[in-house]
Write a protein that binds this ligand. Structure first.
Ligand code: ZN
Length: 135
């Protein structure tokens, strides 16, 4: 399953907007919310492709699993999730101790500096073209 043409365009626009903004990181659910692409799996696949092609970087966040008080405090950020799986961690907020399983690790994405610069350069060029055509 892949995103269709319209969805792909919406996702590309979303990434460009992020590249202009000061947003440092975002979750796949944010892309789902802003683009109205129907499937989170498709969005995730698209974002992974963008990691391959250099627009994005993927990283992982471990959240507290204490369900009694629905803590969900962020415990750790790692670039490679394998470095944290099966590690014993403790939440500094609620004191809950647990062993990290794949379900406790959440992906997020960051805009790479390279992509950010490309998008900003393109905008400058567009503005210049606009100036020329209006004068
Ligand atoms: Zn906690």
């Amino acid at each position: 399953m892949t995103v269709n043409l319209k969805e792909k365009r919406a996702l590309s626009n979303f990434l460009e907007l992020l590249a202009f903004s000061s947003v440092k990181k975002f979750y796949p659910t944010a892309a789902l919310k802003y683009t109205q692409v129907s499937s989170i799996e498709n969005i995730y696949d698209f974002l992974l492709d963008c990691v391959d092609s250099g627009e994005l970087k993927i990283a992982w966040e471990v959240k507290c699993t204490n369900e009694n008080m629905i803590c969900a405090r962020k415990i750790n950020d790692v670039d490679d999730k394998n470095t944290i799986l099966n590690e014993d961690v403790m939440c500094d907020l609620c004191g809950h101790e647990f062993t990290v399983s794949p379900l406790d690790v959440y992906p997020y994405f960051e805009i790479t500096n390279e992509y950010r610069e490309l998008v900003r350069e393109d905008l400058k060029k567009k503005r210049n073209r606009l100036k020329i055509s209006m004068s």
